[in-house]
Design a protein around this ligand. Sequence first.
Ligand SMILES: *Cc1c(COP(=O)(O)O)cnc(C)c1O
Length: 409
Amino acid sequence: MNDALLRSNVDNRIVRQRDGLSPTMIPIAKPFLDVEEANAAREVVLSGWLSQGPQVTAFEREFAGLTGAGYACAVSNCTTALHLALLAVGVGPGDEVITSSHSFIATANSIRYCGATPIFVDIEAATYNLDPDRVAAAITSRTRAILTVHQVGMPSDLKRLLAVANSHEIPVIEDAACAIGSQINMDGAWEYVGKPRGAVACFSFHPRKVVTTGEGGMLTTSDSEIDRKLRLLRQHGMNVPDTVRHSSAQVIFESYDFVGFNYRMTDIQAAVGRKQLERLPEIVARRRVIASRYRELLGDIEGLILPFEPEWARSNWQSYCVRLPDHVDQKTVMQKLLDRGIATRRGIMCSHRETPYANDVRRHSLRQSELAQDHTILLPLFVQLSEDQQVYIAEILRKELQAQTRSVS
Ligand SMILES: *Cc1c(COP(=O)(O)O)cnc(C)c1O
């Protein structure tokens, strides 16, 4: 990792302007961008072709190469990616899709966009990901897809989920919004999330994720027919793309065979994404170092449960989620840390607790999901986080947990 870059003024200036935070404030996350990304965007602006074009095509090719996917299709964000993935495997009104409530609300919303119903199934306490046994028990004749989330970058148990799904011939879609660069050991070999093993995997390039294009998303699949559908769906169902018409010496009339969407990524975003993708191995390696340092610094705090990484999984550590001892109040800890200049976030939300889903019929217990939301916090983790800052975070957290423990005993 380039130290000069880590300390770069450009970077600090950006963060201060955006959050209005003092220079000593440790944010929860920070994108890792530099002049190379800025120059890439500049070149596209000056090129005269700004919408989905050659940069998007190159970004897709490079993304497919990295993940080992047959096909990659870029879109405007991961929420639209999820919507298209569900449509492409045939999810429609009246269908049920089994998914996790314990996820960003976009996961559940994408199912609703199709007129289908999310059937929330509980997570495993250790990994915060869907419990394959509970998924198996939740399958009905109306189940049209399983939407699994690789929460905060920790791979979900794809092997077991696929065994369940395949025995019922139900497609699996991966919400890999946070999981670019995460790896799974499938058949004795490590592969990237997004290869993909299910029908489609969906990624996000929001600044809160591991690499960013401001907004952006990507779908990977090994099925050429699904890829063809995705490309039509993202562009109004237009049968001849504008890029083809633009470069043709013949007059071509396009047609629109169904109601599609405008979910395109711009070439400006794609150019930034290509630079980010080059940095990905370095970014993930650095995040793994930070995560293992947290383990060393926090491992001996009584009652604090650190993230569990199954032996078949390698997280990209999009977030570092710790479970607080039962008697500790989540909000108080977060406030105390904030008072000392450390930003945290509470555990991942539960969609079934939000208004749009509060009145849904709930068939399955979501106890582990609720416990995870109420008893975990996310600690700062970003490439530029220094060793000193980590030591400081660990010290403040340790003191606060000790103080709360004393006050109950
Ligand atoms: C961030 C996120 C999304 C949404 O991604 P966008 O690109 O912001 O639309 C979906 N699912 C999960 C699990 C996420 O973390």
